[in-house]
Design a protein around this ligand. Structure first.
Ligand SMILES: N[C@@H](CCC(=O)N[C@@H](CSC=O)C(=O)NCC(=O)O)C(=O)O
Length: 285
């Protein structure tokens, strides 16, 4: 127990420690589990603190998918980066899910927005959770400093882009794997935003990277990797739309199309080191 956080497990990995933690989230109105990787540097010297990369996972994930499949901890340990990996939605008794039990909405599919419509608004406030409550909690209870970066995959890639674009100065760097860049105009996003935010599409733009980038007050460079054999590429992801929106306003963006790669964590594991180095350059430089 650390303050208001309960430790579920601790696992040594590459000289660091992977903690699984649980707390009562006031923002989400339910108990939330998240993962925190602490690199060996925090135990090497009294009072040492490290910066953190926030990782936002995609549809159907929990805090565990990234930890078990991304292969990020060897280099994070070497670089001295903490990693914070939250769940992808509120959960538990009283938290409504998709009425039809679908996997692309509701439980495991919070889309990192703050819902305004009932019955979702009481719990589905994942944006507020990952940008305010969770950083405040981990920076208070663990040896993390206030240097933060953010990345994510698919729905979580959308979340990472939106968090960075909506909070200038809060993150030192941003990246994404196969992000949903224009949720207001693709089926996954239309379903989620229509339910969480209601039918007024003008309000969806506040949660859409292609729209937000036009008026961004901070031109934080964006790194995106995208598999060319991703089965969701043409229907849900469409990264070229963000490239066009970025070019229109001179926002620095690097899109790397990766031949042969799909949407899976094998793809993420193949390029996670590049993203860790991208973030380390901003966090440790
Ligand atoms: N269950 C679905 C596939 C769902 C899926 O592909 N989820 C991805 C994220 S997709 C966008 O947000 C994911 O990360 N899955 C977890 C994993 O460990 O791979 C189906 O049956 O098609």
């Amino acid at each position: 127990m650390t303050g208001d956080v309960t430790q579920l497990s601790e696992t040594r990995v590459f000289g660091g420690r992977l903690l699984r933690l649980r707390h009562e989230s006031a923002t989400l109105g339910c108990a939330m589990t998240f993962a925190l990787f602490l690199p060996p540097q925090v135990d090497a010297a009294a009072g040492a603190t490290v910066p953190a990369l926030y990782w936002l996972s995609g549809l159907t994930c929990t805090d565990e998918n990234f930890c078990q499949k991304a292969g990020a901890f060897r280099l994070a340990a070497e670089l001295g980066l903490a990693i914070v990996a939250p769940d992808t939605s509120p959960r538990g008794e009283g938290v409504p899910g998709d009425p039809d039990g679908a996997w692309d909405f509701g439980l495991g599919a919070g889309f990192y927005v703050d819902a305004t419509e009932q019955p979702w608004a009481a719990h589905y406030r994942m944006h507020d959770y990952v940008t305010r409550e969770l950083p405040a909690l981990v920076e208070r209870a663990f040896p993390l400093n206030d240097r933060r970066s953010i990345s994510g995959h698919s729905m979580g890639g959308h979340g990472a882009l939106v968090c960075a674009l909506r909070h200038p100065g809060f993150y030192r760097s941003v990246s994404a794997f196969a992000p949903i860049v224009n949720p207001a105009a693709v089926p996954w996003g239309e379903k989620a935003l229509g339910r969480y935010l209601g039918p007024d599409r003008a309000r969806w733009a506040e949660w859409d990277a292609c729209a937000l980038i036009a008026n961004a007050t901070e031109r934080l460079p964006i790194l995106i990797d995208q598999g060319e054999r991703d089965s969701f590429l043409e229907t849900q992801l469409k990264p070229q739309k963000l490239v066009a929106a970025a070019e229109a306003v001179g926002h620095p963006l690097t899109l790397r199309m990766q031949p042969g790669y799909d949407h899976s964590y094998f793809f993420i594991a193949s390029f996670i080191d590049d993203h860790l180095r991208h973030h380390a350059a901003a966090l440790l430089g």
